[in-house]
Design a protein around this ligand. Structure first.
Ligand code: GCU
Length: 128
């Protein structure tokens, strides 16, 4: 199956805002997580079959500290405390890849910040 991109600014956002104040994003913006634990973006993604999928988060973290997030699929955390490490600047976007279980059809993917710094800036999620 091919790679499908889901823009963060079109997803469900809790405690975050759509922003455009840094360069290099795709689509019409990116999500700036509010600097609190529990802020999240949730996408609905389609998988052709049950099994494992590779999720790629396109992110920027212009600080010097990791901004870990829990990755949940269909309401269950399947990857806890995934590292979203510094990317050198807020204009520098990098991929963080996680392999997760999915069901056939529609799945929810939620990326929740676990520290008071919130998450990195998130441009999109792609799934393969
Ligand atoms: C800066 C930056 C934002 C970022 C924020 C943060 O304000 O411009 O894009 O989201 O820091 O620390 O989360």
């Amino acid at each position: 199956a091919g790679l499908v991109r889901y823009e963060a600014e079109k997803a469900t956002i809790s405690q975050g805002t759509v922003a455009t104040n840094h360069t290099g994003y795709s689509g019409t913006g990116f999500v700036d997580y509010t600097n609190v634990a529990g802020s999240y973006v949730q996408w609905s993604v389609t998988a052709p079959a049950a099994g494992t999928a590779t999720l790629t988060f396109r992110v920027a973290n212009g600080t010097t500290a990791n901004r870990p997030m829990d990755i949940a699929v269909n309401g269950t955390v399947v990857a806890a405390g995934v590292a979203f490490n510094p990317t050198a600047s807020w204009d520098t976007w990098q991929d963080v890849t996680v392999t997760v279980p999915v069901t056939a059809g529609t799945n929810t993917v939620r990326a929740t910040a676990t520290t008071a710094n919130g998450g990195p800036n998130v441009d999109y999620l792609s799934i393969r």
